[in-house]
Write a protein that binds this ligand. Structure first.
Ligand code: ATP
Length: 237
C-alpha cells in the first residue's frame, strides 16, 4: 500500500498555546485510521492543519507525495483532500440535493456527478426520500449523512471526518459508523477523529492516540483495543 498522507514532526501553536507538539502520522491508500484522545488533545487542530485552515509552526505534511505547504485553500478539495467538519457545516437553507451538489462544485463531469449522486443515495436511502427537504429541518443524524454525502460528491482521495458521532443518539451513531465502514469498503481512504474511542477503534484498521498535543500510542486498532493503558484511559474499562 502506498502512503497517501505523511505527517512529520507537525507542530501547531495558537499564540503561546502549543496545541500540537511534534507529531508523526501516516495514512496509507485504502486505510481507515482513527485519531482518538481526550478533549483538547489536539485532534481537531491536527485535522484543520491538514486542510490548511491553520498554519503549522513546524514540520511537514505530504499528501500524495507533495508538500501541502504551498496549496491555495481551493486546491485542497481539488486535490482530493476533503473534510467533514465537526458540527457538519451543512447549508441549512438549501435542500438535501442542493447540499450534495455543492460537494461537486469544482467538477464539471456531469454524467459522473449524477452517478456519484446515485451512489450517495444508495448509501443513504433516507436522503433520497428527503432530497427536496431543507437541510436545516433534518435530524442531527440526517444532517451528518448530508455532510458525509456532500464530501463524497467531491470524490475524496482522503476523507477527514471530525467527530461524526457528536451529539447523536447511540442508535444513530451505530448507523453512521456502519456507513463509514461501507464507504471504507468502497476503497475511500479515511482519517477519523473521534471521542468515542471504542467505536472508532472497532471500525478502523489502525489508530493513533493523542494526549496533550503528542501521539502517545500508535498501533493496529486491534492492538490498541487490547492495550491495558488505552483501555483504562480511553475505553472506560
Ligand atoms: P475536542 O475533541 O474538544 O475538539 P481536540 O483534541 O480536537 O478536542 P483541539 O480542539 O485541537 O483538541 O484543541 C487543542 C488545544 O488547542 C486546546 O487546548 C484548545 O483550547 C486549543 N485551541 C483550539 N483552537 C484554538 C484557537 N482557535 N485559539 C486558541 N486555542 C485553541
Amino acid at each position: 500500500m502506498s502512503t497517501l498522507l505523511q505527517v512529520k514532526d507537525l507542530k501547531v501553536a495558537y499564540g503561546g498555546i502549543h496545541a500540537v507538539k511534534g507529531i508523526d502520522l501516516e495514512v496509507k491508500q485504502g486505510e481507515l485510521v482513527a485519531l482518538i484522545g481526550a478533549n483538547g488533545a489536539g485532534k481537531t487542530t491536527t485535522l484543520k492543519t491538514l486542510m490548511g485552515m491553520v498554519k503549522p509552526a513546524g514540520g511537514e505534511i505530504l499528501f500524495d507525495g507533495q508538500s501541502t505547504a504551498k496549496l491555495a485553500p481551493h486546491e485542497y478539495v481539488k486535490n482530493g483532500l476533503v473534510m467533514v467538519p465537526e458540527g457538519r457545516g451543512i447549508f441549512s437553507r438549501l435542500t438535501v440535493e442542493e447540499n450534495l451538489q455543492m460537494g461537486a462544485y469544482s467538477r464539471n463531469d456531469k454524467a459522473e456527478i449524477l452517478h456519484d449522486m446515485e451512489r450517495v443515495y444508495h448509501l443513504f436511502p433516507r436522503l433520497k426520500e428527503r432530497h427536496k427537504q431543507l437541510a436545516g429541518t433534518l435530524s442531527g443524524g440526517e444532517q451528518q449523512m448530508v455532510a458525509i454525502g456532500r464530501a463524497m460528491l467531491s470524490r475524496p482521495k482522503l476523507l477527514l471526518l471530525d467527530e461524526p458521532s457528536m451529539g447523536l443518539a447511540p442508535i444513530i451513531v451505530q448507523k453512521i459508523f456502519e456507513i463509514i465502514k461501507m464507504i471504507a469498503a468502497e476503497g475511500v481512504t479515511m482519517l477519523l477523529v473521534e471521542q468515542n474511542a471504542k467505536l472508532a477503534l472497532q471500525t478502523a484498521d489502525r489508530g493513533y492516540v493523542m494526549e496533550s498535543g503528542k501521539v502517545t500510542f500508535s498501533d493496529s486498532a486491534d492492538a490498541l483495543l487490547a492495550n491495558e493503558k488505552v483501555q483504562q484511559a480511553y475505553l472506560g474499562e
